[in-house]
Each structure stands twice: as structure tokens, then as C-alpha cells.
Design a protein around this ligand. Structure first.
Ligand SMILES: [Zn+2]
Length: 247
């Protein structure tokens, strides 16, 4: 059963948004505990599984944190953009070696997935892929980094789904979930949103056209562009840190 219903993703996105509202309106501060999964599921009117997946997404972005291996607390408020952006950039700088390794693996995985997706093009996944591009467009218009990351993760997942190979979807998810902060950090650099939208559109078009060679090339071009921008971002950040320390 590789393909799930189309409305699954919007529901997840809605749950994530309402969870953020709850944190903001409930005036939860950094360090405060997040209400339990059961309470949240009742208040939001969605299943506990949907709550769990929204919580996991916000954990991966650094809004929520698991403390002492048990309770989930508010780490940073979603509306505190400076604090979140600093967390994303610091995380990326600290983990740059790992990020590079994962990007190297993605060259093989994403290029292969795009190629195979262009040959199989499972219809439900193709619709979700197009929806992810539209979500990315809206995120750019609203200057909303977390929505952009959500759309990016969804987009790459739908490439796996379009192949009908569940193992491939799992691998894409595994890698994608590990680099959420890197994706968010990158989105906040000057030219990235527009570049990102163009690159994902090119991948989508090639897959939709059934052009395996172009799909592969577009997936690789996207990763190379991300690698370049990560290098620039971490170099600038290192230079900034040096300047702050003084000579
Ligand atoms: Zn991407």
C-alpha cells in the first residue's frame, strides 16, 4: 500500500499550524511542558498519530525538545524568528560534516528516485508532488521558513512515493528528517527561496514529462546547488564568529 490519500499531508500541515497557535496563544514559554499527546489529540480533534507526527516535525526544527529522555518542552517559540534562525544556523555549523555526508548519499538516492519516478509516475503521488510545489510557492510568498521545510520534505517524499517503492520512501524520510534544521537554515539565506522553487519545479517537470535523464540531472543540480549554499553559509558564519571574537 505505497500511496496514501492526498488529503493526508494537508491534515498534517494543519495540525502543525494549530499546534503552533496553541503554543503561541496558550502563552507557553521556553521550558514549559507541552500538553500530553492525549490532551492535544482531543483539543485539536485529530488522531494521536497525527499529533505525534506534528510534534516530531517541530522537534526536528528545534521548536520543541525532549528533555531528560521523557517530557517534551517548548525549546523556542515559533514566533521568535531570531532565536530559531540562530538555532538552525548553529546546528548546521555544528553538524556540517554529517550534513555533507548525507548530501553525498542523497546524490545517489535522489537521482535514482527521480529517474525511477519519471518511469513510474504513480498518479496520487504526482498530485502530491505538484501540491508540494504550490505549498513551497505559498511559503515563499509568506516568508514562512517552517512551511517551506514542510513542503521540501513532502516534495522529496513524494518522489519516492511516485516510484511505488516503500523502502525508497523510508530511506528518503530517514535522511530528510535528520536535516530539517539545515533545510530551515538554508531557506533563510538571501537567494535560496527563489532558487529552491525553480529547482524543485524543474525536477517536477522532468518527472511529469517522463524524462528520466532530465529528472536525474535536475535532482543532481538541486543537490549541488544546496551543497554550494551550505558551504557559503557555514564559511560566512565561521568568519562572523571570528569577527565577534576579535583578533
Ligand atoms: Zn529540496
Amino acid at each position: 500500500m505505497p500511496i496514501e490519500p492526498v488529503r493526508r499531508q494537508p491534515l498534517k500541515e494543519q495540525t502543525k499550524r494549530r499546534l503552533l497557535e496553541l503554543i503561541e496563544k496558550g502563552d507557553l514559554r521556553p521550558g514549559d511542558p507541552l500538553p500530553s499527546e492525549r490532551v492535544l489529540s482531543e483539543r485539536l480533534g485529530v488522531s494521536r498519530g497525527t499529533v505525534r507526527s506534528a510534534v516530531q516535525f517541530l522537534q526536528a526544527l528545534g521548536v520543541l525538545e525532549v528533555r531528560h529522555g521523557a517530557s517534551t518542552v517548548i525549546a523556542r517559540r515559533h514566533d521568535d524568528r531570531d532565536a530559531l534562525q540562530a538555532e538552525w544556523r548553529n546546528w548546521t555549523a555544528r553538524n556540517v560534516g554529517r550534513v555533507r555526508e548525507l548530501l553525498e548519499v542523497r546524490r545517489g538516492l535522489d537521482a535514482f528516485a527521480a529517474e525511477l519516478a519519471s518511469q513510474r509516475r504513480l498518479p496520487a503521488a504526482m498530485q502530491e508532488m505538484a501540491a508540494a510545489v504550490r505549498q513551497m510557492h505559498a511559503a515563499m510568498r509568506d516568508n514562512d521558513a517552517t512551511a517551506a521545510v514542510h513542503a521540501d520534505v513532502l516534495f522529496h517524499r513524494t518522489i519516492g512515493e511516485a516510484t511505488g517503492n516503500l523502502a525508497l520512501v523510508e530511506l528518503i524520510d530517514l535522511i530528510g528528517n535528520e536535516v530539517m534544521r539545515e533545510r530551515a537554515a538554508l531557506w533563510t539565506t538571501p537567494d535560496r527561496p527563489k532558487l529552491s522553487l525553480d529547482e524543485h519545479t524543474a525536477i517536477y517537470q522532468a518527472i511529469a514529462d517522463g524524462d528520466a535523464r532530465r529528472a536525474r540531472a535536475a535532482a543532481l543540480a538541486h543537490l549541488e546547488s544546496v551543497e554550494r549554499d551550505i558551504a557559503t553559509m557555514t564559511e560566512e558564519q565561521a568568519a562572523g564568529t571570528e569577527a565577534t571574537r576579535g583578533s
